[in-house]
Design a protein. Structure first.
Length: 250
């Protein structure tokens, strides 16, 4: 394949991945606790092609643009008052721990609720962990009072304390769907957050910057169109080259 078309096709693929990522960010711009995804670009050169070029069997191959990896921006989102006593937001680093279907999951979304049995859960029904790993179980009918350190009282009775954990390297977490995270490998272990600042009646908004994301989306669309035209131009040049050869050598 022509080097022009190879480079253009590689660029189109990288931008398609970026478009999917940006579209997902925009779709979650109103999701509480959502953390935006970003991309890290790199250049790729096939090892086989490089070996052949160094051996003198072919010209030096071109470097192709690729997305090496996605990374999550854990910057703090704005805290939005809701008036709901079961909504809590973290004003510092850390994550709430919940009992997911396949093990412990972590989230910044503090939109909690009480189940029919009085268990404090997430909207998906996952039990919210308290300090020591035990779930939070309501005992009465009054509203929950949640202090800044995460301790919970109801009708003057202590129910426990929300478990807030942190990671030395949040980049070691991967998204597990529905605004949850899990460690990417078994070596990534949580620890108690050194600083806990919980605000009741508030939710942390998504940290997606909608205007910036929209501008990047338009820019990527234009880049994709330019690369698409480059592939069409390369195809046309190849077609004409074949036709000219046919005329010269009937």
């Amino acid at each position: 394949m022509d080097p022009l078309m190879i480079s253009a096709a590689s660029g189109m693929r990288a931008r398609m991945e970026s478009l999917d990522m940006l579209a997902n960010n925009l779709a979650n711009a109103a999701t509480a606790g959502y953390k935006t995804d970003r991309e890290f670009y790199s250049l790729y050169m096939a090892p086989e092609a490089l070996d052949a070029a160094q051996a003198g069997d072919s010209p030096m191959p071109s470097e192709l643009p690729v997305i090496e990896r996605h990374w999550t921006d854990f910057a703090q989102g704005n805290l939005t008052p809701t008036g709901n006593p079961l909504d809590v937001a973290l004003g510092a680093r850390g994550f709430f721990a919940v009992d997911g279907p396949g093990g412990t999951l972590y989230t910044r979304n503090g939109s909690f609720r009480l189940s029919a049995t009085g268990l404090l859960t997430t909207p998906e029904g996952y039990a919210v962990r308290g300090a020591g790993g035990k779930p939070i179980q309501a005992q009465g009918t009054g509203p929950l009072e949640i202090a800044k350190d995460g301790s919970i009282r109801q009708d003057g009775v202590a129910l426990g304390q929300l478990a807030v954990v942190d990671f030395d390297k949040p980049g070691g977490l991967e998204k597990a769907g529905r605004n949850y995270f899990r460690p990417a490998d078994a070596q990534t272990k949580p620890a108690a957050a050194p600083e806990v600042e919980i605000q009741q009646g508030k939710l942390e908004a998504s940290n997606v910057t909608t205007p910036e994301t929209a501008v990047r989306l338009v820019s990527l669309l234009r880049q994709f169109e330019m690369l698409q035209k480059a592939t069409m131009l390369g195809a046309e040049m190849s077609r004409r080259a074949v036709e000219e050869v046919a005329r010269v050598n009937p």
